[in-house]
Design a protein around this ligand. Structure first.
Ligand SMILES: Cc1cc2nc3c(=O)[nH]c(=O)nc-3n(C[C@H](O)[C@H](O)[C@H](O)COP(=O)(O)OP(=O)(O)OC[C@H]3O[C@@H](n4cnc5c(N)ncnc54)[C@H](O)[C@@H]3O)c2cc1C
Ligand SMILES: NC(=O)c1ccc[n+]([C@@H]2O[C@H](COP(=O)([O-])OP(=O)(O)OC[C@H]3O[C@@H](n4cnc5c(N)ncnc54)[C@H](O)[C@@H]3O)[C@@H](O)[C@H]2O)c1
Length: 454
């Protein structure tokens, strides 16, 4: 069997790994990137995650009344073209470098120093000075009778290309994937029911913000069942019956055309051969890393979803920065120095959040004030009305001792952009008064800061 040696071998075409591979290749290092599927060049985000789903959300927001089913099919075609172009671009960004090699196949460690790559009957061994594991995560299928046998149970990957779109959709899980898909399919005209285990949705937001967000979902036609657990899934000829225990403990049933499983994603460490190495894996299947993303084997790093950190593309990108700094930089960056990392849940309008909630500020014993306003009452921000999305609320938690922003929950159109400004202000120590008194372009959603922070 042939054995090749590289300065660096990246396993998985994820955000951190690909960026590291082409950055180091541009510096003349011999780099190999191993990817098991040519439909995943560029990784989860561009093929089955952030990008294609946001393309669908965008199209869902254009739906007028009765044309949802038709527009869904067009949106799926649009999504397909977009991901195909991005896959090709990602491949090119790597192979354009003479010292970079893209290896198609499934990688398994045979020792701390050696990986075997399998593609059909072909086998190849690779050794490297450094390995970077960037294999991502895969959907968790919750335990429920019949769930693995059903023909109408889908993961987010499967449902985003499944046509025609389901008329009746059950969503199991109320996290970012569940909410995003529930909102999107409701806009495409599906009758959506969310099965949420928790007492309320949006558990990481304050109850007042969560209530507004839940109401917006309800107004879009999403039925929310809180405090329930799905116990069975049974296929009939034309529909599937979802059995669940309601909040009173009673077993109920609901007939649907499709079930989306959105109950979390588990780090992809199965079948990586880690049992042949000294790399430690925790009880959730995540690779254990330190703050500089070293595994328990010094020349092996783990980046992105597989290391058990927050599952976001921009965190994977930041993992890249840390490992690059370890390999060819000053070794100063670490996961510990991350501050004010924002998140967005892509419902319509999106809910973007950074820092502390009011509840968290209370628990931390801060002296603080709350500045909050429903979007339709923010007179100085006509943009939401122009975009015909006047729903939501903008809420800030401000330290009264320092005038620093402690946190923000922005449930407003275009909040995915504005939250980055707020997060930057928090990182740079810009005060609430400075943010309030800044000159912003008009009409923009950023202008909301002029009024809400008053
Ligand atoms: C539906 C959905 C929507 C999302 N939306 C957002 C969003 O809006 N914003 C956001 O920030 N995040 C979002 N995420 C999360 C985000 O996509 C991930 O956190 C991000 O892609 C991180 O990926 P990664 O770097 O860990 O690796 P990935 O991009 O997951 O790449 C891992 C790669 O490794 C390959 N691989 C696995 N095992 C092997 C092996 N043994 N050998 C060879 N190759 C292997 C896989 O095929 C895959 O291509 C979303 C996720 C999903 C599923
Ligand atoms: N906008 C974004 O940035 C974005 C979008 C999509 C996904 N992601 C990332 O992808 C990851 C996966 O997303 P997700 O929404 O699948 O996972 P999640 O872990 O965030 O949420 C899963 C939800 O399902 C619930 N759940 C689990 N088992 C259940 C069961 N048996 N019955 C009912 N509910 C159950 C959990 O309580 C939880 O609320 C997340 O960590 C997220 O960071 C990010």
């Amino acid at each position: 069997m042939e054995t090749l040696h590289f300065d660096l071998v990246v396993i998985g075409f994820g955000k951190a790994g690909k960026t590291l591979a082409w950055t180091l290749a541009a510096q003349g290092k011999n780099v190999a990137l191993i990817e098991q599927s040519n439909q995943m060049y560029g990784g989860t985000c561009i093929n089955i995650g952030c990008v294609p789903t946001k393309a669908l959300v965008h199209r869902a927001e254009q739906v007028a009344d009765s044309n949802g089913a038709e527009l869904f099919e067009e949106a799926v075609a649009f999504r397909g073209k977009l991901t195909e172009a991005m896959r090709a671009k990602n491949k090119q960004l790597l192979v354009t470098h003479e010292t970079a090699k893209l290896i198609d196949g499934h990688a398994r460690f045979v020792s701390d120093r050696e990986v075997e790559v399998t593609a059909g009957d072909d086998r190849l061994r690779v050794t490297a000075d450094y390995f970077v594991i960037n294999t991502g995560a895969s959907p968790v299928i919750p335990e429920a009778e019949g769930i693995n046998e059903s023909r109408r149970v889908f993961t987010s990957t499967e449902l985003q290309t499944h046509t025609p779109r389901p008329q009746r959709l059950a969503v199991v899980g109320g996290g970012p994937i569940g909410i995003e898909f529930a909102s999107m399919f409701a806009h495409f005209g599906s009758e959506v029911t969310v099965f949420n285990r928790g007492e309320r949705l949006f558990g990481s937001s304050d109850p007042d913000v969560a209530e507004v967000a839940s109401q917006i979902l309800s107004d879009a036609g999403v039925k929310i069942l809180n405090g329930v657990s799905v116990t069975s899934v049974e296929d009939g000829e034309d529909a599937t019956s979802v059995g669940y225990r309601d909040s009173a403990g009673e077993v109920q049933r609901l007939e649907v055309d499709a079930v989306l499983v959105a109950a979390g994603r588990r780090p992809a460490t199965e079948d990586l051969g880690l049992e042949n190495t000294s790399v430690k894996v925790d009880d959730r299947g995540a690779i254990e890393v330190d703050q500089t993303l070293h595994t328990s084997v010094p020349h092996i790093f783990a980046v992105g979803d597989v290391n058990g950190g927050p599952q976001f593309t921009y965190i994977s990108l930041d993992d890249f920065r840390i490992v690059l700094d370890q390999l060819v930089g000053e070794g100063k960056r670490s996961a510990q120095d991350r501050f004010a990392v924002a998140t967005t849940t892509f419902m319509t309008p999106p809910l973007s959040q950074v820092g502390m909630t009011e509840q968290e500020a209370q628990q931390a014993g801060k002296n603080f004030r709350v500045a909050s306003k429903p979007v339709d009452q923010i007179a100085a921000m006509p943009k939401a009305k122009i975009l015909e999305t006047p729903q939501g609320v903008m809420k800030f938690v401000i330290d009264t001792d320092t005038d620093q922003i402690l946190g923000a929950q922005l449930l407003v159109v275009e909040s995915v952009e504005v939250i980055n400004l707020v997060a930057m202000a928090m990182r740079a120590g810009i005060t609430a008064t400075q943010l309030r008194n800044s000159i912003y372009t008009h009409p923009s959603v950023t202008e909301g800061l002029n009024e809400v922070l008053a």
